[in-house]
Design a binder for this molecule. Structure first.
Ligand SMILES: NC(=O)c1ccc[n+]([C@@H]2O[C@H](COP(=O)([O-])OP(=O)(O)OC[C@H]3O[C@@H](n4cnc5c(N)ncnc54)[C@H](OP(=O)(O)O)[C@@H]3O)[C@@H](O)[C@H]2O)c1
Length: 255
């Protein structure tokens, strides 16, 4: 049994990872902004395995709350074997939509706050084994139109994870999980935004994207949850510094 700290795990992909880790008999300390989402997630996870799940609300855009979240987790679980860094995506838009303030805000919460969290966690993991997983996006391989901030800062996270995998080995592993189109609230919102812009229905937009995917459907949080849990666990003990896509074959590049 191991202890996992999972940021952004009350819903969607993060929750899928939490569920799989609890299914495999681990303890999880989860965080997200909404206490309502966290309570619902905790109830479901503790039904799978009693006393497996603890939570505290946290907003990655506000670093003091991240610090409080981590310290609370340590006070409950005492040590950490794995860390998931996941959170909602930034606003969509193209180059001329964003001012300096938008870039600076995205830099702070998409890159600097994860860096600050890693600095906080490091003393607790430096003398033991630990697996760190970032959720990024298939956009690091194929930048997505109208998601400029996401494209830029997720590429920076990819480079951070790769560089640290070299600096912090052999005991600490760092990897990135690249969702393609996974059926979550976030993807439904993005599809609705496109539908509104193009005068289509959400179903039409989804059909369009499903047709681009070799497996002809969106992935489920259970499917990506299994891969995320694998990357956080010792079962992936020889995998570090890499990017694993769960995309139904959507990405067209060879590597
Ligand atoms: N779904 C996809 O197909 C897809 C594809 C490419 C990339 N991604 C990326 O993968 C990540 C997860 O996506 P998802 O589809 O699972 O999204 P989701 O269903 O909206 O879930 C996001 C999770 O993160 C939490 N969260 C959001 N903002 C937060 C913040 N500021 N601080 C702390 N927690 C926060 C949410 O809970 P609260 O609302 O309670 O905070 C929720 O638990 C996102 O960054 C998304 O852009 C997803």
């Amino acid at each position: 049994m191991k202890n996992y700290f999972l940021l952004g795990a009350s819903k969607g992909i993060g929750f899928g990872i939490a569920k799989e880790l609890v299914n495999k008999n681990n303890k999880v300390f989860i965080g997200s902004r909404s206490t309502e989402n966290l309570e619902k997630a905790e109830r479901e996870l503790n039904q799978i395995q009693n006393n497996s799940t603890f939570y505290k609300s946290v907003d990655i855009t506000n670093y003091p709350s991240v610090e409080e979240w981590f310290n609370k987790g340590i006070s409950i679980l005492k040590h950490i074997d794995g860390l998931l860094i996941n959170y909602g995506g930034p606003p969509s838009g193209k180059f001329l939509d964003f001012h300096d303030k938008d870039w600076q805000e995205a830099f702070e919460y998409m890159l600097m706050n994860p860096i600050r969290l890693l600095k906080l966690v490091y003393p607790y993991i430096k003398d033991k084994t630990c697996s760190i997983l970032f959720v990024t996006s298939f956009a690091v391989k194929e930048p997505v139109e109208n998601l400029l901030l996401s494209n830029v800062f997720r590429s920076a996270i990819t480079s951070l994870a790769k560089t640290l995998s070299r600096e912090w080995g052999p005991n600490i592993r760092l990897n990135c999980l690249l969702p393609g189109r996974i059926d979550t609230d976030r993807i439904k919102q993005l599809d609705q935004t496109i539908a509104n812009r193009e005068g289509k229905t959400q179903e039409e937009v989804r059909k369009f994207f499903e047709n681009q995917i070799p497996l002809k459907r969106y992935g489920t949080v259970e499917e990506i949850g299994k891969v995320g849990a694998f990357l956080l666990s010792d079962e992936s003990s020889y995998i570090t510094g890499t990017n694993i896509a769960v995309d139904g074959g959507l990405i067209r590049s060879l590597l």
